[in-house]
Design a protein around this ligand. Structure first.
Ligand code: SAM
Ligand code: SF4
Ligand code: FES
Length: 332
């Protein structure tokens, strides 16, 4: 599909049913019916950046900040492994407390388990990415957020679009399974730029793509803006499946926040991954990137049971393997 065709599909509501069915068919053909669960540990909500949409931005003083230290991270990981998770995702704000040495130590300990490890800890230098890879990190998630450079610069004070792109190519060149993605519904975002986002995923040859609707947070400069449209986010996701047929695509938490059945709808429109939270309840509400986040009153066992039942209710199964894009790596 070229850009014109992508724009045409995104702009035409009469194509929605065709698009979702086609993405579902391609998902089944290329990655099968198994759903990969990734156990998410949100280990710090401290962030030095000031992304205008995010509740964790540093200027927000109305959030109780926390850090989970190595030993406690290991407890959650061990529990996740015992519940059958084969991937752990470590996510945080850009928190300089976890310097290269501290992160390497955490990675080393986590990789003693037979799991794939994903990092989602923001922009780092090439040397840092290299050090994490050497310790055994397998994957990295860093959304480009938007490929509209002007919009990117408006949304990210004191940050550089070029550096975001450089990080993604550095991750690719270091052999990470590289995940990216975008927000849908940012103020002044156009359909044209969403089409560019999809083409960017293709150009990068992203291994994973997470698409989330923008949800305004009261303690941010975007508090009075309109929230993103669930269906438009779903369309961007479905088109991504058609254009990159064999990648991993999560049914995102933000989608379920806007639609009570959002993750199941996403799993039936191209997605094949879900990322349940595996940390204890005490931290969940504090990792408030946007309001209304799901699962803040549940514990890891409840989430695991809940999501497994949902997956089974649509005739799909939870995968028992690590769920790399390139399945050859499974025997490594
Ligand atoms: N700090 C790391 C980073 O930014 O890459 C990882 C954590 S960050 C909270 C993870 C993702 O949350 C971001 O990539 C962004 O797309 C999403 N996010 C932040 N604020 C959001 C909002 N208001 N609505 C929807 N998604 C949001
Ligand atoms: Fe920090 Fe990530 Fe939120 Fe930006 S999106 S403020 S980098 S946690
Ligand atoms: Fe957490 Fe359903 S996945 S309650």
């Amino acid at each position: 599909m070229n850009k014109q065709e992508i724009v045409a599909v995104l702009s035409d509501a009469t194509k929605n049913d065709w698009l979702f069915k086609e993405a579902d068919r391609i998902r089944r053909e290329y990655v099968g019916d198994e759903v990969h669960l990734r156990g998410l540990i949100e280990f710090s909500n401290i962030c030095k950046r000031a992304c205008k949409y995010c509740g964790l931005r540093s200027p927000n003083k109305n959030v109780e900040r926390y850090r989970i230290l190595k030993d406690e991270i290991l407890v959650y990981a061990k529990k996740a492994v015992s519940m059958g998770y084969r991937t752990i995702v470590l996510q945080s704000g850009e928190d300089e407390f976890y310097d290269t040495d501290k992160m390497c130590e955490i990675i080393r300990e986590l990789k003693k388990h037979d799991i794939a490890l994903t990092l989602s800890i923001g922009e780092k230098t090439y040397e840092e990415f290299k050090a994490f890879k050497k310790e055994g990190a397998d994957r990295y998630l860093l959304r480009i957020e938007t490929t509209d450079k002007n919009l990117y610069n408006q949304m990210h004070p004191n940050a550089s679009y070029e550096n975001r792109v450089k990080c993604l190519y550095d991750l690719k060149s270091l052999g990470y399974e590289t995940g990216t993605g975008c927000l849908v519904g940012l103020p002044n975002q156009t359909i044209d730029s969403l089409a560019d986002d999809i083409l960017f995923f293709k150009e990068l040859n992203a291994d994973m793509v997470g698409i989330g609707p923008f949800i305004p947070h009261n303690e941010t400069p975007l508090k009075d803006e309109k929230q993103g449209d669930f269906w438009l986010a779903l369309k961007v996701m479905a088109l991504t499946r058609i254009i990159l047929p064999d990648i991993n695509i999560p049914a995102t938490t933000a989608m379920e926040t806007l639609n009570p059945n959002g993750r199941i709808i996403a799993l039936q429109s191209g997605a094949n991954v879900v990322m349940p939270n595996v940390t204890s309840r005490e931290y969940r509400a504090k990792y408030e990137i946007y309001p209304g986040k799901i699962c803040i009153n549940e514990n890891p066992e409840q989430c695991r049971g809940c999501i497994e039942a949902k997956i089974q209710s649509i005739g799909r199964t939870v995968s028992k393997d690590k769920g790399f894009r390139n399945t050859k790596k499974e025997s490594d």
